[in-house]
Design a protein around this ligand. Sequence first.
Ligand code: TXA
Ligand code: MG
Length: 348
Amino acid sequence: METEILHISSTMDTDKIKKAANALQEGKLVVFPTETVYGLGADGRYQETVDKIFKAKGRPGDNPLILHVGREEQVEELVLEIPQAAKDCMIMFWPGPLTIIFNKNPDVPENVTAGLDTVAIRMPSHPIAEAILKEANIPVAAPSANVSGRPSPTKVDHVKEDLMGKVDMIVDGGITDVGIESTVLDVTVDPPMVLRPGSVTVEELKVLLGDVRMDEGLIQAHSKKLPKSPGQKYKHYAPKAECVLFGGNLSNVAKEVNRRIKENPHKKIGVMATTETIEMYQGADLLLNMGSRTDLREVAHNIFDQLRYCDEEGMDYIYIEGFELTGMGAGIMNRLLKACGGKVVLGL
Ligand code: TXA
Ligand code: MG
């Protein structure tokens, strides 16, 4: 399949916005930027178009998709009811990086929700996503635009690496802002439950909704509990290199990592550190700064790009510093734990 690349730098590019929206209406696969990561979109009203997403990504059929909308009114046709908690969240966080799980309208195709009775919906705030979705005026099913199991794409080069020749169109809108995928919140249960932590934090949701739960297994190593969100059970965000996550006292972390570097002179080792600690590492083949510990938004913005970069540079191992489990740290640690497939060294 030939993949057309469409550079859109502003919502003033109305011809190009229309072109992307038309492609979606015609049942084509269109990758577009969102404020979190790039999404691989298709018309969410039809089983056949949605099926193309699963094929292009190599995604398991039991992992449901998020429907993206440009207008709040669209939600009504996709769900059975809009609970008060959802209404509050929509006012506070939409458009933005929060996905809400509703009881689904039976008309939503079976493969969108992987056979579940619930449907995930989000209204992105990226101006280009918003413009395309408003213009298309259909619910757009869109997972992250990576091959299943790879880190989510935050740059158009990541998308090309994974999906060139497998989709009809890629809208290039530059680097995404947040860098990790949306927070997923289930409001069909009481109290509401976070199924995937993200940049809308549990703490923020608690301020708005009162009691909000999060499955602790999502941010803890060696959890045996099966997660409630199907996507969370897969090995995920994984680069080709073997990743190990280190936690504890940061100078002890650096000492342990330096010791491992010294012990493995014939392996290529990448280290993902922070502004506060980067000077403590010696001998890494690639030393990357995820950002400052005082600004976890910067860290979230960088992690997927750096995991991919380590692969590009042919690292055998990637040693990564861990973070606290509060605020944005929960979303970051959830992704890093998955990238490491449970290989963690804690309590240093
Ligand atoms: O930021 C994002 O959410 C990005 C951009 C493109 O919008 N999309 C994204 O989609 O991350 P995806 O497919 O990679 O992740 C969707 C997550 C999966 O973990 C999936 O299992 C979960 O949402 N999910 C979808 N529908 C669900 C449902 N009905 N119940 C529980 N979890 C659901
Ligand atoms: Mg994904």
